[in-house]
Design a protein around this ligand. Structure first.
Ligand SMILES: [Zn+2]
Length: 137
């Protein structure tokens, strides 16, 4: 989050467009809301603090126990990125959203290198590997 704020300040110095910077910052920070959605879906609980603890400490262990090495986060994948990218070619409103998305993704990729369980890069890949193939086996 601190890196996103620093990037937003740099963007503001370059662009001088508050809406552009706000959209960038909102996406760069709130894309992680899908971790909270994952917690709600798996634990049937809305406690934000417990969700934070779960995502920081317990989610990897839980997925490893289930034989999974990938987590599906609905906003962290190539499909969402491609939709945003295509929209950004036609609607300029989506340009700062794509930049925020790419910035967030780069930070996540760097942060995720040490984790045993990583985010799935694709919704289709995740379902093929963990749902469809698991049913065949
Ligand atoms: Zn993230």
């Amino acid at each position: 989050m601190i890196l996103s704020v620093i990037a937003a300040i740099i963007l503001y110095v370059i662009k001088r467009d508050p809406l552009f910077v706000i959209l960038f910052l909102l996406v760069a920070i709130f894309i992680d809301i899908d971790h909270y959605l994952l917690y709600i879906f798996r634990k049937n609980n809305l406690n934000l603090f417990k969700a934070y603890y779960y995502c920081r400490n317990d989610v990897d262990k839980e997925f490893i126990k289930e034989g999974k090495n990938r987590i599906l986060c609905v906003f962290h994948n190539i499909e969402v990125f491609l939709v945003l990218l295509v929209l950004s070619f036609f609607i300029s409103f989506f340009v700062p959203i794509v930049i925020g998305y790419v910035f967030h993704s780069i930070i996540d990729i760097i942060d995720e290198r040490q984790r045993k369980v990583k985010k799935s890069w694709s919704i289709f890949y995740y379902y093929r590997k963990h749902i469809f193939d698991a049913k065949k086996a």
